[in-house]
Write a protein that binds this ligand. Structure first.
Ligand SMILES: Cc1cc2nc3c(=O)[nH]c(=O)nc-3n(C[C@H](O)[C@H](O)[C@H](O)COP(=O)(O)OP(=O)(O)OC[C@H]3O[C@@H](n4cnc5c(N)ncnc54)[C@H](O)[C@@H]3O)c2cc1C
Ligand SMILES: NC(=O)C1=CN([C@@H]2O[C@H](COP(=O)(O)OP(=O)(O)OC[C@H]3O[C@@H](n4cnc5c(N)ncnc54)[C@H](O)[C@@H]3O)[C@@H](O)[C@H]2O)C=CC1
Length: 502
């Protein structure tokens, strides 16, 4: 169907999406082409801006992320023009996009940065919540204030952060795996962290270096009106910091973990009553105290594949994301990755002419460095947005460009259970087969250091706590230094590794 509406001509650089990937891409294009107008089309009234960017080492970076009204970006870069509208169609043959009001915008080069949306276990069930943007996080907080028990499904970043932050509410955490946090850790690290969940009182915050999600100074009118089903930007580092994640009761953690199971069926209250099935009470801990009685009637019940059934006030589906490609697929023959993302080559170029993609929407399909992998993270969204702009500029100027250094080594700094966590390279021996060794150093309650070695070379590392090892290990992985002669000394805390290798 032809979209009626005004057509803007001229062929600009056009970026779709006001998250970190899109904003970084638009900013970089605006810097490179100061006399050209850059068009940024985004569905949400606020944009995500990187502030206080700091390159901590060769690849590790720290920054804050701020939600800002779009005018702030336009003021900073007068050649960026922002249109607040959801793109509903891409006509790649005509080189134009169609926005919500039917307007068409012709591009010479286009970068798609529309992120991803939560992949929920059960779409459309009002008792199943996903967390993606400011609105969905606030909705979750609102529901939590009335809750006595919730169920969390999933074992990735969101689940890990939630189980630690939630207080005053029983949490049943159902995971497919044997140990917690499988996207980030192995079982050893999981065990190191699990002790924190049984601590009665949340301890004081330790100082940590981590990218921070901030809404400081955010005015009410800048808040997104987009919900889960619509198109707000993904939250990011420390997204829960401003939220009071407290249920109805006065206690810190009350978590029961059900391992190696998935959701079999979800029953609403009446359905459950009719089914005549029996639900389990919350398993009692060492104090033998339970907050809820065995006879509670719950709004929703979850039957797990291990046959256990628990009632709860609502369910959080923290089960990963799906790239937000939907508006662009109709009539366009994009090559898609297995995860549904737009495949991009080493120049962030999709399979369609002059169409680039960056951030959560894309699937990196180049031959990666042996110690890099894609993960849908804040840092990679920034790096990809920046590099996509460089590639778009190089292509339009007929110049060549080398792959950005940030793709040489996977590096992620975050915080779980109040510990600083640094992940480097093939930190979980991803794709290394059985031909690798692990070295460990662990001091309970303080630090957990794991390195992944292959043929005497360091391929990856997990650093939990204030280990101060990240820069040295980053260099060892990047340089592929032969470490065979050092053996276990590599992790000896009495040896200053920097003296050895710097
Ligand atoms: C709860 C939560 C916690 C997280 N914590 C961390 C963390 O601690 N560390 C970390 O590194 N990463 C974290 N992430 C992941 C990180 O937030 C994302 O990887 C990153 O924000 C992706 O950026 P993006 O620019 O690709 O997409 P998004 O930030 O999702 O931005 C997409 C943009 O596209 C716009 N859009 C969507 N559809 C359309 C359309 N049709 N037309 C126009 N515009 C459209 C949206 O409005 C939005 O502005 C977290 C994610 C979540 C959900
Ligand atoms: N600190 C950090 O770095 C954080 C990063 N994030 C990022 O935000 C995005 C969204 O986070 P998550 O939803 O936690 O995704 P995720 O990809 O980190 O984890 C998804 C989890 O859900 C599980 N899962 C998938 N389908 C399931 C099913 N049907 N039943 C049961 N379990 C299932 C997977 O095994 C995996 O454990 C991710 O890209 C994540 O990396 C989120 C929070 C914190």
């Amino acid at each position: 169907m032809e979209a009626a509406g005004p057509v803007s001509t001229g062929g600009k650089f056009v970026v779709v999406g006001g998250g970190i990937a899109g904003v970084t891409c638009a900013e970089q294009l605006a810097i490179q082409f100061p006399s050209e107008d850059i068009l940024l089309v985004t569905a949400s009234p606020v944009i995500k801006a990187v502030t206080n960017f700091k390159q901590v080492s060769k690849v590790l970076e720290e920054f804050d992320v701020e939600e800002q009204p779009k005018t702030m970006l336009e003021n900073r870069f007068p050649n960026i023009k922002i249109i607040e509208s959801g793109v509903k169609e891409l006509k790649s043959k005509e080189h134009c996009i169609v926005t919500g009001d039917g307007s068409q915008h012709v591009y010479k080069k286009l970068c798609l940065c529309t992120g991803a949306k939560p992949k929920l276990i059960c779409e459309g069930n009002p008792y199943v919540l996903g967390i993606r943007d400011t609105d969905s996080a606030q909705e979750f907080q609102k529901q939590l204030t009335k809750a006595k028990r919730i169920m969390i499904i999933g074992n990735g970043g969101i689940a890990l952060e939630l189980v630690y932050e939630i207080e005053g509410c029983e949490v049943i955490w159902a995971i497919k795996d044997k140990a917690i946090g499988n996207t980030f850790f192995d079982a050893g690290a999981a065990e190191f962290l699990t002790s924190k969940l049984t601590a009665e009182k949340p301890e004081g915050r330790i100082a940590h270096k981590r990218t921070r999600y901030t809404t400081e100074g955010k005015k009410k009118e800048t808040q997104t009106t987009a919900g889960i089903g619509s198109m707000g930007s993904a939250l990011g580092p420390d997204w829960h910091e401003g939220l009071n994640l407290k249920g109805t009761k006065e206690f810190s953690h009350k978590i029961h973990i059900e391992t190696m199971c998935e959701v079999k069926k979800i029953f609403l209250q009446e359905e459950f009553r009719i089914s005549k099935k029996k639900s389990s009470p919350f398993p009692r801990d060492h104090s033998n105290q339970s907050v809820t009685t065995d006879n509670e009637v719950w709004p929703v019940y979850v039957e797990l594949t291990n046959e256990k059934i628990y009632g709860c006030d609502f369910i959080v589906s923290a089960t990963g994301v799906t790239p937000n490609t939907e508006p662009f697929l109709c009539g366009n023959n994009f090559a898609l990755g297995e995860d549904g993302g737009l495949k991009v080559d080493a120049y962030m170029h999709t399979s369609l002419s002059d169409v680039y993609a960056a951030g959560d929407i894309c699937t990196a399909s180049w031959q990666p460095s042996p110690v890099w992998q894609q993960m849908r993270l804040w840092t990679q969204a920034r790096q990809m947005g920046w590099y996509a702009a460089k590639c778009m500029a190089a292509a339009s100027l007929g110049e060549s460009i080398d792959m950005d250094f940030s793709f040489e080594l996977f590096a992620h700094v975050t915080k779980f259970f109040n510990y600083k966590v640094v992940l480097l390279g093939k930190y979980n021996a991803q794709g290394l087969g059985s031909d690798h060794e692990l070295m460990l150093r662990c001091t309970k309650g303080q630090e957990y250091v794991k390195v992944v070695m292959q043929h005497g070379r360091m391929m990856g590392a997990v650093l939990i706590g204030e280990t101060d090892l990240e820069e040295t290990f980053e260099n060892l992985i990047l340089n592929q230094t032969d470490l065979s002669s050092y053996g276990e000394d590599l992790l000896d805390p009495n040896i200053d590794l920097e003296d050895y290798f710097d």
